[in-house]
Structures are given as C-alpha cells and as structure tokens.
Design a protein around this ligand. Structure first.
Ligand SMILES: *[C@@H]1O[C@H](CO)[C@@H](O)[C@H](O)[C@H]1NC(C)=O
Ligand SMILES: *[C@@H]1O[C@H](CO)[C@@H](O)[C@H](O)[C@H]1NC(C)=O
Ligand SMILES: *[C@@H]1O[C@H](CO)[C@@H](O)[C@H](O)[C@H]1NC(C)=O
Ligand SMILES: *[C@@H]1O[C@H](CO)[C@@H](O)[C@H](O)[C@H]1NC(C)=O
Ligand SMILES: *[C@@H]1O[C@H](CO)[C@@H](O)[C@H](O)[C@H]1NC(C)=O
Ligand SMILES: *[C@@H]1O[C@H](CO)[C@@H](O)[C@H](O)[C@H]1NC(C)=O
Ligand SMILES: *[C@@H]1O[C@H](CO)[C@@H](O)[C@H](O)[C@H]1NC(C)=O
Ligand SMILES: *[C@@H]1O[C@H](CO)[C@@H](O)[C@H](O)[C@H]1NC(C)=O
Ligand SMILES: *[C@@H]1O[C@H](CO)[C@@H](O)[C@H](O)[C@H]1NC(C)=O
Ligand SMILES: *[C@@H]1O[C@H](CO)[C@@H](O)[C@H](O)[C@H]1NC(C)=O
Length: 777
C-alpha cells in the first residue's frame, strides 16, 4: 500500500481476490481482501469499514442474533459496534477481522463477540506491518511500517482458532512458518483456507502452508498488482497485461465474466460481486437475485460475507447492503449504519496512472483537509472511464478527481448526443427526467467531499447507533442552533438535535425511523434525485406515506449546518395548499433529511411528457392556476420573497386530489442571496411551464426547430397564430379562447425585458379568471 507501484490504491489491490470461491462447497468464502471495507465469514460473520471522519475510525455491524425474524418490522436486524481502534486497512477471516492500526502499524484482530480483545499473539503484537491477509483460520502479515514508501518485508503468520467455549484464541503458527519463505521479501500477500500466497520482491508468486500445493502455483514469474483468494483458489491481476489469472479450484471460476475489468471483488458463499473498472457499477455472478443488486452508478468498495454484500456508494459514500438471494425478505440481515465511509486506503506516494487522489480541500467548511490520519497521505482510487446508462461523461478523470457523469436530461449539444440522444429510448428518457439533474459525483474530489461529510457523520454516529427508538417523534421545541439539551437528554442517550421553531407543525424524526420507513433508503423506494439529493418514498410506522429528501454530500458541503437551520426555519413557515409542505425533518449523524407530504400522482412533467395519463384541458388550466398560486405565495408572503430558482414541470407535483403543488424550492442551491432579477426569472420559467401545458412539448426538444420552446412558440403567439402551438393530442374544447388567453399570458411571462414581465400575482389572478369563466368542452 505504500507506493503507487506496489499498491495500486484500494481498488486494484482489493480486486479479484475473492472471486474464487466456490460454487461447490457448502460455505465458500473469499478471504484476504485488504481494503476500507471487509467482511468476516461464517455464523458470526460481520462487516467493518473505515469511516470518513479523517480519524480512520472503524465502524462494524453484524447480525442481531436474537432477532429471529429478519422481516419483523420493528426489531433491528443488525447490531453495530465501533469500539475498534483506528485502522489503516482491514482484512476478514472466518469469524474474525484483522486490521493494521493507523498510529503504530501494529496488527489487531478481533471478533464481534469481544471486539476489544486483541487476538494477535504476543510475539507479533509489537511488530509493524505493511500488509495483512486473514484466511479461514490463520493470518499472515508483511513486516514494515504501513505508511512508508517501502512496503516490502518478510512475513509473519499466526493461527486463530475456536477454543470450544465460543471464544477465539491464537498462537504463533508452525504450519505457516516454513523455512522456505522465512527469508523472502514480499510485496503483497493473500490468505485462504490452509494457504497463503504472495508476490516477492524479485518477481513471481510463491505459496506456502499445508494446502498450498493444491493450488498448482509454481514457477509463476509474473508480478501481480492485486491478489485475492477463496478457500481453495487464488487470483491475481497481472502487472503486465492487466488480466486476471487464477489457480486452484477451477470450478469456482465458471461464471466469471470474460473481458470485463474489475477494480474490486467480493465473494460470498455462492456468489461473487465485482466493481467494474469502466463505470464502477456492481455486477455479480453465481447464485444471486439480480433484482436485489443496486442499480445505477457505482461503488468505491465492496465486501461480502456468506449471503450479503455491502458496499460504499460512490455518489455519497454511504453504506449499502443487499442480500444475495431472494429468501431473505426486505430487511437485509446486515443492516448497515448510516455512516459515510472512506472510499479507499490511505497511502504514501503518488497515485500513478489511471488513478486519482481524493482532494479534501473542498471540504474546508467541515474543517477537514484529509481523510487520512496524516496529511501527507492520500487515498488513490481507480479512475472511471465511462458512465452508467442514462448518464454522459461530462469531464474526464484528473489527478485529483474522478470522471464526472451527468444525467442525459442535461445533455444540450452534440458532445453527448451519441451517448444520450440516439440511444435513449423513450422510457429511459422518462426515467431520466424523474431523476432530473442527478449529478454523479465524481469519485475523486467530490467523493472526498462526501468523505468529509461522512467523517462528521461517523463521529456523531458512533454515539448514536444504539439509541432507543421510542419517542421518535418530537415537536420542535426551541430555537435554531440551540441544541435540545434540556428536556430529553436525561431520558435517553440521544445525541443533541438541532431544533427549529415551527409552531406545532413540523416534527423531528428519528433517523432509525426514517431508515425503517424507506427500507434502509433502498433504491426501489426512490422517487427521484433532485439537486438537493435523493428523494425516497417512505411509509411511516402509522401508515402515512411521505416523501423523504436526503441531502447528498455536495449539498451538505455547500451549506453549513447554520445555513441548514436557517433554511429549515423558513421551510417550516411555508404552508400552502399549492405547496408540497414540509412535515418534519431529521438531523442526526450528519444526515439531513426533510420529510414532505407525499404526492401520489407524480409530476406534471410525467403527465405531459412522460407517459402518465395526459391531462385534459380542464385539468391543465386548473393546474396552471394552482401552480401560479403556489408561486405567488412564495413571492408575496415572505420578506424577503422566496425565489424558487428552478420552476419547471418536474417540480410541479400532483396531490391525491390532483391539485398542483410546487416542490423543490428554497433549498440553498447558491450562496448568493441577491434577489435581482430572480423573481422575474421564476416568472419566465413559469411562462415556459405554461407553454408546455399548452403545447404538450418539452421545454427543449431537438425534434423541433428551433429546439427551445420559447423560440418556437413566441413568434407564433406574436403573430396571433397561437392555435398552432396547442396540443393536438388532447381533444380541443369547443371554445379555444381560454387556451389562446393562456398563450398570451405565457407570451408575457417570457418577455425578454425583466420589467415587462408580469408578477406571479398578476398571472395567478388572470389564470383564476380563465378557470372561473370555464371551458366549454
Ligand atoms: C435484537 O433483536 C431483539 C429481538 O428482536 C431486540 O429485542 C433487540 O433489541 C435487538 N438488539 C439490538 C442491539 O438491536
Ligand atoms: C495507538 O492507538 C491505540 C488504540 O487507539 C492506543 O491504544 C495506543 O496507545 C496508540 N499508540 C500510540 C503509540 O499512540
Ligand atoms: C474460554 O476461553 C478462554 C480464552 O481462551 C479461556 O480463558 C477460558 O478459561 C475458557 N473458559 C472455559 C469455561 O473453558
Ligand atoms: C486444507 O483444506 C481442507 C479442505 O480442502 C480443509 O479441511 C483443511 O482444514 C485445510 N487445512 C488447513 C490447515 O486449513
Ligand atoms: C517482476 O518485478 C520484478 C521487480 O520486482 C522485475 O525485476 C521482474 O522483471 C518482473 N517480472 C515480470 C515478469 O514482469
Ligand atoms: C472465458 O474465456 C476462456 C478462454 O478465453 C473460455 O475458455 C471460457 O469459457 C470463457 N468463459 C466464459 C464465461 O465465457
Ligand atoms: C439465502 O440466504 C440465507 C441467508 O440470508 C441462507 O441461509 C440461505 O441458505 C440462502 N439460500 C440459498 C438458496 O442460497
Ligand atoms: C428477487 O428479489 C425480488 C425483490 O425482493 C423478489 O421480488 C423476487 O421474487 C426475487 N426473485 C427470485 C427469483 O426469487
Ligand atoms: C485541491 O483542490 C484545491 C482547490 O480545488 C487546489 O488548490 C489544490 O491544489 C488541490 N490539492 C492538490 C493536492 O492537488
Ligand atoms: C456542450 O454542453 C456542455 C454542457 O452540457 C458544455 O459544458 C460544453 O461546453 C458544450 N460544448 C459545446 C461545444 O458547446
């Protein structure tokens, strides 16, 4: 891990290791992956990951063995523990995990039963190690300080075994202390069941241990940038060719996809998952249920225990776990804590070709300049080269940042047409629109941001993961920025929450409650992704449906908690029947979640352009009027006025009564609070909404000339030919006069000169008249 050449960042080094395991064996698991997240196998299996606090703290989670029915709604299915010292790297064995301490480079091994008991035998406790590889019941490690440029050294091995009374013990290993390797200097190693293998300084691969001869590794002269192993197999990535080579139990490799490069691999009992090198998406093979695998872009690291895989998501550094098979119902057996985690291992030296270093400077606000315990260390990750379906590459990987993927809905010129335009079938476009403006944060620099966020989350999180669930809703009690120390702190050990005055209106939700309500923020509950972050559909314990907005890292980075509180204060005051109102919020463990009314009938966009029922003219006029009233309310009722800044049909939602509601406003998207021209620009954008309602075409559509709806419609309206823009797919009313009036209003709203545009109040009252006069259908 020390130099870029020997340790190609977490991604490569972790890579293939686990693959091999066994489709055949009863429990076949991958061992020896050293990375920022790792899993131990077997009955007492558990996961651990290095957090993003800048302290390299470790958070672990395992099954709640007393929760007999994983599907029962309320009881936690997993348990977290975090009293593990700070670690540089992790590697999992069977029933235990090992790591290298970040401060001293000493090895430390623990089980979930007694995490504070160090299982490393005394003779090895004081040695510094640069690499560690846990196998089924033994551990080997390369001597030398972890954070150095010279990660070569000789190997020590010890055994870890059950004592028969459900605890583990360890001893110096005779089995693995072979004379033949005692003087060899290794670059990296991996362990499996009864064997370890490593690449040596002079080049070539050597295996030792009682089961090593079964692998058939002898005379291999290649060098490998990464090694991984299952119980009876071994794989490595050739330094020269970049290709994967494997030895041992050939059956295990049967389903391995040819021709795809991976940057990380994880093996379960009967399946493998890997992170693709190109777009960082997860693919699995073996026995697994593909509908349980998270879709869309990518992961920075994954690890697998027997039937569960967990990973660190690239766009927010949040942990996500999924079951490999369908028999486990909705709640995964291993429900991860909501914490941000490190995207990779910290190392000394440069990242090298094909890698980028996380640049933490963008995290200034959080007072965090690095995710590593020492400032000179960096986290190197593999560059992505392409984006998942529905996204185009808007900037390539640099030294300090991964490539950036942008939603195809934002594709505006020929640079992305090839990727987005011709390939995007209509349904996909629809979906994309639902995910308006999702920006895949680049792994590199942005991910660092996430990490920073994570750090603070993790720090808080450690003290909060065991909190009780009762009393989960609280009324706002005190003022912004004042920790709610008074009343509740004695009743339970909840962390300080920041509460906002919101007279009787908004609730403070518990993180655990919202996590349950969204099934752990699972993909299949997502409604879309706004600029603020993910939006999830949730069902609260009382059956109420709500929408939960979860701030992404970029949002959190760009708004400090003070801004957030001010924002909340404003949001709390907004109450209107044409607004998607805030019901409550949650600010725990660094998370920022806003809970809104749920709008069952989707967005106006989806009705006009996305295949949901096309609305008739009566509905369309009413929706126009109600949306105008919602905006008028924002513009008129507040001092200073609330500027929406993103008025568009996908931000106009339809409630259960088909009433129009304005959504997604007010969340600080820019720091400039200068209102000059902003109200008018809301009006302009509302004019575009009116044109879309009238014509049924999109605001920007390359199938038309000109593609801009304003440039297309305005000349026609000015020439009194507005009839030509009216949507012909909806039966026309006998009297089209109201529609022509609507066109006139739209024409005024999109006037070039700001001072010639009407106010939202004007527009709302005109529309009200049109609706009152009624349509003759
Ligand atoms: C584990 O599950 C049991 C039974 O559902 C529950 O009572 C207990 O609180 C859970 N333990 C933890 C630490 O969540
Ligand atoms: C290193 O960290 C461990 C665990 O936090 C601590 O017990 C130990 O004293 C530290 N050692 C040094 C030399 O700081
Ligand atoms: C259980 O194992 C521990 C550690 O190996 C040992 O100290 C203890 O005596 C054992 N207890 C019993 C009842 O065997
Ligand atoms: C060697 O492999 C066999 C099964 O393949 C296993 O039973 C045995 O425990 C292994 N030896 C060691 C030392 O792990
Ligand atoms: C492997 O690496 C060594 C240096 O560590 C080098 O001398 C040797 O040529 C390399 N072998 C191959 C096949 O690339
Ligand atoms: C992968 O390629 C090898 C030879 O190139 C072939 O023998 C093997 O069947 C292929 N595997 C798959 C899954 O296509
Ligand atoms: C499915 O997963 C469970 C654990 O969640 C495991 O016990 C079971 O054996 C698995 N079933 C199959 C068919 O793999
Ligand atoms: C896969 O999982 C999904 C979601 O839990 C489930 O609906 C589906 O039935 C499962 N597929 C199989 C083949 O079990
Ligand atoms: C990190 O980014 C900042 C500004 O974005 C830049 O000034 C700085 O040089 C970068 N750090 C490194 C190590 O490249
Ligand atoms: C194409 O659009 C992107 C934004 O989508 C912009 O960054 C880029 O400069 C544009 N290129 C040209 C040639 O207009």
């Amino acid at each position: 891990m020390q130099t870029h050449q020997t340790i190609p960042g977490f991604s490569r080094s972790i890579l293939l290791s686990s693959l091999l395991l066994l489709l055949c064996c009863k429990t076949a698991s991958g061992f020896g992956l050293m990375g920022p997240i790792s899993a131990s196998f077997g009955e007492n299996g558990f996961f651990c990951a290095i957090d993003a606090s800048g302290k390299q703290n470790v958070v672990c989670w395992g099954k709640n063995s007393s929760a007999s029915t994983p599907s029962s709604a309320s009881s936690p299915t997993s348990v977290s523990f975090s009293n593990i010292p700070a670690m540089a790297a992790l590697s999992g064995g069977e029933g235990f995990l090992c790591g290298i301490l970040s401060n001293t480079s000493q090895a430390y091994c623990w089980s979930s039963i007694a995490p504070s008991v160090d299982l490393v035998p005394p003779p090895f406790k004081t040695t510094a190690y640069s690499h560690i590889a846990a196998g089924k019941s033994h551990v080997c490690a390369i001597r030398g300080p972890y954070y150095s440029d010279h990660d070569l050294g000789t190997v020590d091995c010890w055994e870890i075994f059950e004592t028969g009374n459900n605890s583990l013990s360890s001893k110096q290993s005779a089995l693995f202390s072979e004379q033949s390797i005692s003087n060899l200097v290794f670059k990296r190693i991996v362990s499996g069941e009864g064997f370890s293998c490593g690449g040596i300084r002079e080049g070539g691969l050597i295996c030792w241990g009682p089961n090593s001869s079964n692998l058939g590794v002898s005379g291999v002269l290649d060098n490998f940038t990464a090694l991984a192993s299952g119980k009876s197999s071994l794989c490595g990535i050739s330094e020269l060719s970049g290709e994967v080579q494997c030895w041992g139990d050939a059956d295990l490799l049967a389903g391995h996809p040819n021709g795809t490069q991976y940057v990380s691999l994880a093996a379960g009992a009967r399946h493998f998952c890997g992170i693709r090198e190109d777009n960082h998406g997860v693919e699995c093979w073996g026995v697994f249920n593909s509908s349980l695998i998270p879709k869309g872009p990518g992961f920075v690291a994954i690890a697998s225990t027997d039937f569960t895989t967990c990973g660190i998501r690239e766009d927010d550094l949040v942990l996500d776990c999924w079951a490999a098979n369908a028999s486990s119902s909705q709640k995964p057996e291993y429900d991860p804590p909501l914490e941000l985690c490190s995207p990779g291992l910290c190392s000394a030296g440069f990242c090298g070709v094909g890698k980028f270093a996380f640049n933490a400077s963008i995290l200034n606000e959080v007072d965090l300049t690095s995710l590593c315990v020492r400032k000179e260390l960096t986290i190197c990750s593999s560059c992505g080269s392409s984006c998942s379906e529905g996204f185009f590459l808007s900037s390539s990987c640099t030294e300090n940042a991964d490539r950036v993927c942008t939603a195809c809905s934002l594709c505006q010129n020929s640079t992305c047409w090839d990727i987005c335009g011709r390939q995007a079938p209509p349904e996909m476009k629809k979906k994309l629109w639902n995910h308006v403006r999702r920006l895949v944060i680049i792994f590199g620099s942005s991910a660092l941001c996430f990490l920073l966020i994570l750090i603070s989350w993790c720090v808080l999180g450690h003290s909060t993961t065991t909190q009780k669930e009762e009393g989960s809703k609280k009324q706002f009690k005190s003022c912004i920025g004042k920790p709610e120390l008074e009343a509740d702190s004695n009743e339970d050990s909840t962390p300080p929450l920041y509460v906002v005055p919101c007279p009787g209106m908004a609730q403070v939700f518990r993180l655990s409650e919202l996590k349950d309500a969204t099934n752990g923020f699972k993909e299949f509950n997502e409604l879309g992704r706004g600029s603020y972050g993910f939006v999830y559909k949730a069902v609260l314990a009382d059956g109420q449906q709500v929408a939960v907005k979860r701030a992404n890292a970029a949002t959190i980075i760009h708004t400090n908690s003070r801004d957030f509180e001010m924002e909340l204060e404003v949001l709390c005051k907004i109450r209107h029947c044409n607004i998607v109102n805030l019901l409550g919020y949650c600010s725990e463990m660094g998370e920022r979640l806003l809970v809104y009314e749920y709008m069952p009938h989707g967005t106006l966009y989806d009705h006009l352009h996305g295949g949901l029922s096309p609305l008739n003219w009566g509905f369309r006029l009413k929706i126009a009027m109600q949306a105008a009233k919602g905006l008028e309310y924002l513009h008129r009722e507040f001092v200073p006025p609330i500027v929406h800044r993103d008025v568009k049909t996908s931000n106009i939602l339809l409630d259960s009564e088909w009433g129009a509601r304005i959504a997604d406003f007010g969340l600080l998207t820019s720091n400039d609070k200068d209102l000059g021209g902003d109200l008018e620009s809301d009006v302009y954008n509302f004019g575009i909404v009116l044109l879309e309602i009238l014509s049924g075409r999109k605001a920007y559509d390359r199938d038309y000339t000109p593609p801009s709806i304003v440039e297309w419609a305005l000349p026609l309206i000015k020439q009194n030919k507005a009839a030509a823009i009216i949507d012909r797919y909806v039966a026309l009313p006998r009297n089209v006069e109201p529609l022509l009036k609507l066109a006139d209003i739209a024409g005024l709203a999109v006037k070039e000169k700001l001072n010639e545009r009407p106010t939202m109040s004007d527009i709302a009252s005109w529309l009200e008249h049109i609706v009152k006069d009624g349509l003759t259908l």
